[in-house]
Design a protein around this ligand. Structure first.
Ligand code: PLP
Length: 434
């Protein structure tokens, strides 16, 4: 296979091309290498394939849609599946978040949410509210808005921060919260730095706060108990919108359709992608409160209420994939499965690694989790990457972030498969830290 032409994203191209890891096909929770050996997908393909891979129901729906209406412009024209899909989606969103704007990726969902926040304040005559607050270790995609509110240094250090932003401190506190099961006990007070920031910048200039309810790409960081509620209260007190980026936490990952529902904190907007179509066809959604939608509909001065959209917003084939994915989520009870026995099994299995001397933290919620390893002066920050390679060689796909091994298996996973993942981690961890 010639590999020169393809510039791979978020990948060390030179290293990869000298020792490629190729996936040939997939089925259920399994990926298959070129030699047909199995690899358990403990990442659901980057928080995406929640229903397992190659679901026939989705393939059939996509195929049928391609034969019925492959594409039609959504600017000034509509199609039935788009409207039907939107109605169906909002039956799963928290009450009051009942409108949706479509895009194609999590990054686009974020840009849409940020622009909608500006649009909302503008329509209300408060166009001076143009500043955003993100959070350190936050990830909101790779477009200019997303990297500005995001808090992962390599993602913006070369490209700059192009919005007026400030960043809350992150909530990873291994010293106080190591080996938490579920939400960590300590750290709700970190939300109070929002109060200080709003005073410092003047809340009258701040449009919105954006956070991931559980930070994913920053290393799987759960919100401390009470933290998200506190953010909501402070936003309410100061007339600032709250956006939850649920690109990874949406669609059953934390045991409810959305983390907002699970943690009982309702933001003004929710971004969603990935699991929404089981990633079979790209589609993203920015869910919006009635307050935002109705304000824009009632008070926008121009006939077009929001000068924004993508050619492929609400692509009919993506809608068909999304409808079929919803059928499966609903029929198989997968939106809440992670909060049941399998979530407990996952938690216990991951925490069985806590006794290893190399492990300094295990954290989990629903069907997501991370095992943090003790880095040394010579290998600190590299252990996650080493784990990715070692686990791949033993038939498990994991994600490495710094010194953390991060996992988010398909929601269809069964106990035997969890055992295999944890056994492989137990085998590789000592060698990684030598
Ligand atoms: C929380 C969050 N927001 C946004 C994104 C960007 O999504 P995409 O890669 O589809 O643009 C991601 C991707 O992992 C994410 O985890």
């Amino acid at each position: 296979m010639k590999m020169d032409a393809f510039w791979m994203p978020f990948t060390g191209n030179r290293a990869f091309k000298s020792a490629p890891r190729i996936v040939k096909r997939a089925e259920g929770i399994m990926l298959y290498k070129e030699d047909d050996s199995e690899v358990i997908d403990a990442t659901a393909g980057l928080w995406c394939s929640n229903l397992g891979h190659c679901r026939k129901e989705i393939a059939d729906a996509v195929n049928a849609q391609l034969g019925r209406l492959d594409f039609s412009s959504i600017f000034n024209f509509g199609h039935e599946i788009g409207f039907d899909y939107a109605e169906r989606l909002i039956s799963h969103t928290p009450k009051g978040i009942d409108h949706v704007f479509f895009g194609n990726s999590g990054s686009e969902a974020v840009e849409t949410a940020l622009k909608l926040a500006l649009q909302y304040w503008n329509v209300k005559g408060q166009g001076q509210k143009q500043r955003f607050i993100g959070r350190q270790k936050g990830y909101h995609g790779v477009n200019f808005g997303g990297i500005s509110v995001g808090g992962l240094t390599p993602n913006f250090s070369t490209f700059g921060q192009w919005l007026m932003v400030d960043h809350l401190p992150h909530t990873l506190d291994i010293e106080r919260n190591a080996f938490s099961r579920g939400l960590p006990e300590f750290g709700a007070e970190l939300a109070d730095s929002l109060e200080q920031m709003l005073q410092f910048h003047d809340a009258e200039t701040v449009a919105a706060v954006i956070v991931e309810p559980v930070a994913g790409a920053g290393g799987v960081i759960m919100p401390p108990i009470g933290y998200l509620k506190r953010l909501r209260e402070i936003c309410d007190d100061h007339n600032v919108l709250l956006i939850f980026d649920e690109v990874i936490t949406g669609w059953g990952r934390v045991g409810s359709a959305f983390a907002a529902t699970e943690f009982d904190v309702i933001p003004d907007m929710i971004t969603s992608a990935k699991g929404i179509t089981n990633a079979a066809v790209p589609l993203s959604a920015t869910f919006v409160s009635s307050e935002i939608y109705n304000t824009c509909m009632d008070q926008a001065k121009s006939s077009v209420e929001f000068y924004h959209g993508y050619t492929y917003s609400c692509h009919p084939v993506a809608c068909a994939a999304g409808m079929a994915a919803l059928d499966i989520y609903e029929k198989e009870g997968l939106l809440t499965r992670a909060s049941g026995e399998i979530g407990t099994y996952w938690e216990n299995a991951l925490h069985s690694l806590a006794a290893m001397p190399e492990v300094i933290d295990v954290r989990n919620y629903g069907l997501m989790g991370a095992v943090e390893l003790r880095g040394s002066a010579t290998n600190k920050g590299q252990l996650g990457g080493k784990a990715l390679q070692a686990a791949w060689e033993k038939g498990v796909m994991v994600r490495g972030i710094g010194d953390a091994i991060c996992m988010s298996p398909p929601l269809t996973i069964v106990p035997d498969q969890i055992d295999t993942i944890v056994n492989v981690l137990g085998e590789i961890i000592p060698g990684l830290c030598e």
